[in-house]
Design a protein around this ligand. Sequence first.
Ligand SMILES: [Cu+2]
Length: 328
Amino acid sequence: MLSLASPLTPFVDALPVPARILASEHGGELTVRIRAATHRFHRDLPESRVWAYDGGIPGPVIEAERGQQVRVHWRNEIGEAYPVSVTLAPTETDSDGVPVQCLPGLSGGTPDPNAAALSGYTVVHLHGGVTAAMYDGWTENLFAPGQHAISDYAMDQRAALMWYHDHVMGATQLTVYAGLAGLWIIRDGRERELGLPEGPPFEVPMLLQDRNFGQDANGRLTGELVHKTDPGTMEAFAPFTVVNGKVWPVLDVQPAMYRMRMLNPMPARSGSSCCAMASRSSAGSPRSAPMAACSGPRSPSRPTGSCSPQPSGPTFWSTFPTFGQAPS
Ligand SMILES: [Cu+2]
């Protein structure tokens, strides 16, 4: 198995708990500000420029009750240029056969001026919501910076984990990559009969993403978000797994029942994502659950089953299985 050394130390940042908005505490009427912000994806990275709901990566978790309509005022306050360098990998693989799209940095690719010109027009789609057409975030129902949209979500559907995200025609993969994504939970009485944990700390919503960052002349990661597409498949597999806005975070857990609620909205990685969790500490210590989403590219042309720089170290590999592959 190909193994790339990661330029970022895994499992040093705590898994963030996203902000939480209970619609019932606001009379079912919420305001979410869509704006430019900065965000630190890893302890050892500089801050990155992002676009984000309420300035958070991910946006706030909005929690609603079945049958209680939620009205959201989506306020477009994006006041800065598109924060991601978008490029096409010059070649599919490097001289070692590694997919270039999976390497940190631009890899010599030219930044796309059209992406850089994205001006912050937006539209919000509640993915999974049974939503009336006029509020459903159709891709051309755009509103500009300085404008806002009001959406009524009926919540006439069973308990579920959903997500909301930008949905602009032809640019959704780029605006979501810039940060415009958040989770949405519907609860109902039938689900509560199951007695599952509700809310922090034992219910843990997790938004899984992959991200890439720019490099300076010395090869150090700059924190600038990079979206690099493969020239053959036109997919983008970024090298760093991000959970709730942190690269390979860790969650200290208690010996109790948890409800892990994971959503994978990555632009290309799909199908085989997982969350590797196990104790890595001795008896009596807090237990830690490193969050590592693992997945391989779908294309059979790939030389390896995984193109991420793998979190390394004896703890990780001795404790966490990968997908049908022995670490080597
Ligand atoms: Cu969607």
